[in-house]
Write a protein that binds this ligand. Structure first.
Ligand SMILES: Nc1nc2c(c(=O)[nH]1)N[C@H]1C(S)=C(S)[C@@H](COP(=O)(O)O)O[C@H]1N2
Ligand SMILES: [Mo]
Length: 202
């Protein structure tokens, strides 16, 4: 296996009906959206950590991370700002594989995803264990660009795209849920596009 992914299997993210969730508009472009600056990242000092409620905390350098089992995922993007982009081909390491390597403790139910510059988001382990959830370093056959999350981003196809943390560095397993950055700032905790879970009620 190499980073061009020629031999990686393709996982189809399950198609929901209707394909375009309520209130969304299909776009061919790929907008860039985030809070704050695009972080400068040095691959020589970059690492990815899995810790919290795990029996075997993990840490991979960039080189070590590249040696983990790789897959490709074909999925649609649904952004809470109402654009959807179909047919994205992501390549990287399945999130459930890196969690498995850390041996999750029985009381772990959620993960806090930590990115560069303090960004966080939160998801239940049931969602993060789906086989279409990927730690992606390539999109449509090209390395991610810095503004789309290079060197590594999370991709969670069945939730609004703010859950797909760009520039991810740490996966913290926790027993009790904790709202992340956008979740504390008015967005819905669950973010299911087909239920239009855009904003929280409080
Ligand atoms: N680290 C980080 N990741 C982030 C964000 C952010 O502010 N910081 N914004 C989220 C939001 S709100 C969206 S819509 C998507 C946008 O991803 P894109 O710029 O690749 O389209 O990134 C998500 N991931
Ligand atoms: Mo967003």
């Amino acid at each position: 296996m190499n980073s061009s992914g020629e031999s990686a299997d393709i996982i189809e993210s399950p198609r929901r009906e209707p394909r375009l969730p309520p209130g969304q508009v299909k776009t061919e472009k790929w907008p860039v959206l985030h809070h704050g600056a695009v972080p400068g990242v040095d691959l020589a000092t970059w690492d990815l950590v899995v810790d919290g409620r795990v029996a075997r905390p993990q840490r991979w350098s960039w080189e070590e991370f590249q040696a983990l089992p790789r897959r490709r995922v074909h999925s649609d993007i649904h952004c809470v700002t109402r654009w959807s982009r179909y047919d994205n081909l992501w390549e990287g390491v399945p999130l459930r594989e890196v969690i498995r390597l850390a041996s999750v403790e029985p009381d772990a139910r959620f993960a806090i995803l930590h990115a560069e510059l303090g960004f966080t988001t939160n998801l239940p382990l049931t969602e993060l264990s789906q086989d279409d959830v990927l730690l992606a370093d390539r999109h449509d056959g090209e390395p991610l660009t810095p503004e789309h999350g290079w060197p590594l981003r999370l991709v969670v196809p069945r939730r609004y795209f703010w859950k797909s943390a760009k520039w991810i560095r740490r996966i913290e397993l926790v027993a009790a849920d904790q709202p992340g950055f956008w979740e504390r700032n008015g967005y819905h905790n669950d973010a299911d596009p087909w239920r239009e879970e855009r904003f929280s009620d409080w």
